[in-house]
Design a protein around this ligand. Structure first.
Ligand SMILES: NC(=O)c1ccc[n+]([C@@H]2O[C@H](COP(=O)([O-])OP(=O)(O)OC[C@H]3O[C@@H](n4cnc5c(N)ncnc54)[C@H](OP(=O)(O)O)[C@@H]3O)[C@@H](O)[C@H]2O)c1
Length: 402
């Protein structure tokens, strides 16, 4: 990309934590980026403020009532429906698509952005978990760039610059350990929603905050890293680093380890993905190593946090298993957020949905041709719907494996 002309940006999920941080980066870099289109589900008030400040050409609201409310005020620039999301992701005059929707719902527009050969700055990790193989194969065909926003993957991408793939010994993803790192497993049944929503280091959306508390977030990130960096799962490790100062590391064949450090601020990986290969100057808090002078590391406790094991196993089984894992997790987390199930029931629901899944779920997805990629996406949608249905039944019945 030519770094001198301002780049036009679509933000899918502009009202969320990543979406608002992206707008913050754009606000500080008006000579580099401008907003062309935004989307949200139903946050009408926040979208109104964004229209006034950023003047997008198009706004897509998924909730029809929210869309109708805004259409009365702003007319035809307000659109709704999945086709509209796909359109603002693939429109010719868009340079960068920021995939910041939460969950599986972001899959189709992200695929359309890749199909249209865009730079896709991706926060929406669930899409890479379910369809990473197809997305990366499609990007190779269309020339789309997939650049990570997740701080861990941004760190790894930065560590890998100039390195030969065969020299990578292992990728080490750091995890804060979440709010229950030191809490006794026997008390997990009594964890309240407000306790689980208090992340020690990051302010994020509700779903990823719960995923961080169960460590499912780190499990999803293992699968995300596998596709982003074409590295087999057995070469991807997780280490708990409670300070969240080292965002991740790569160990090379000569025993050298590279790490990327920074203040825990999502604007840094966002602006790195938007501005790459340039580094943009910033005015945020700089990491002061004399104040943050302690770096601790420990093994993740898989017995206490079974979601990490479940995600790795789903990644190893491959095919549709990551889709099934993700769908069951989305339903279980939503049920916990609605206080219908306990915190310790999240992994039990996921495990049972995986156990009940069809035998042929491990059949590989085939990314060889356009046709097979489309068929693969069809299989993913079908498996997602079935797994959600199964998870919903378990939530309703409250009968899980123990
Ligand atoms: N937050 C972080 O620091 C962070 C870090 C790394 C990765 N991520 C990843 O980034 C993604 C977004 O996370 P977040 O924390 O920003 O989430 P969030 O704060 O919950 O925001 C989600 C965004 O998606 C929109 N949305 C929700 N459901 C939708 C649907 N069905 N259709 C269309 N749009 C929908 C929301 O609109 P409304 O406001 O109208 O509901 C909102 O704009 C997730 O995949 C997460 O794992 C986040």
């Amino acid at each position: 990309m030519n770094s001198t002309t301002p780049k036009s940006v679509t933000i899918l999920g502009s009202t969320g934590s990543i979406g608002r941080n992206t707008l913050n980066v754009i606000r500080r870099n008006p000579d580099r980026f401008f907003v062309k289109a935004i989307s949200a589900n139903k946050s009408v008030d926040e979208v109104r403020k964004q229209i006034v400040e950023f003047h997008p050409e198009t706004v897509v609201m998924i909730d029809p009532v929210a869309a109708e409310t805004l259409r009365k005020e702003y007319g035809d620039m307000i659109m709704t429906g999945d086709d509209a999301l796909n359109e603002i992701s693939s429109r010719q005059n868009i340079d960068i698509v920021v995939a910041a929707m939460v969950g599986f719902a972001g899959l189709r527009p992200t695929i359309e952005a890749i199909r249209a050969g865009k730079r896709v700055a991706i926060a929406n990790k669930e899409t890479l978990v379910v369809a990473g193989e197809l997305m990366t194969a499609l990007a190779k065909k269309t020339g789309a760039e997939i650049l990570p926003i997740d701080s861990e993957h941004s760190a790894i991408a930065q560590c890998l610059i100039g390195e030969a793939p065969e020299s990578i010994k292992r990728i080490i993803l750091t995890a804060s350990g979440g709010p229950f790192r030191t809490r006794l497993k026997e008390t997990f049944g009594s964890i309240t929603l407000s306790e689980a929503l208090k992340h020690p280091n990051w302010v994020m959306g509700r779903k990823i905050t719960i995923d961080s508390a169960t460590l499912m977030n780190k499990g999803l990130e293992i699968i995300e890293a596998r596709w982003l960096f074409s590295v087999p799962l057995e070469k991807i490790d997780v280490i708990v680093h409670p300070q969240s100062i080292i965002h991740s590391l790569v160990e090379f064949c000569d025993g050298s380890i590279k790490a990327q450090l920074g203040a825990p601020d999502m604007r840094l990986p966002i602006q790195y993905a938007l501005g790459y290969p340039d580094r943009l100057a910033h005015e945020y808090d700089v990491l002061d190593l004399l104040i943050n002078n302690r770096l601790d590391f420990e093994q993740p406790d898989i017995d206490k946090f079974p979601c990490l094991r479940l995600a790795r196993e789903a990644g190893e089984r491959g095919g549709l298993f990551p889709t099934i894992l993700n769908a069951a997790n989305e339903i279980a987390v939503e049920a916990f957020l609605n206080e219908k199930i306990g915190f310790d029931e999240i992994p039990r629901i996921i495990e049972q949905v995986i156990q009940n899944s069809p035998r042929d779920s491990a059949q590989p997805l085939n990314a060889l041709s356009d046709d097979s990629i489309n068929k693969g996406i069809g299989r993913i949608y079908h498996a997602d719907a079935k797994a959600r249905e199964n998870a919903q039944k378990l939530v309703a019945k409250k009968v899980f494996v123990s």
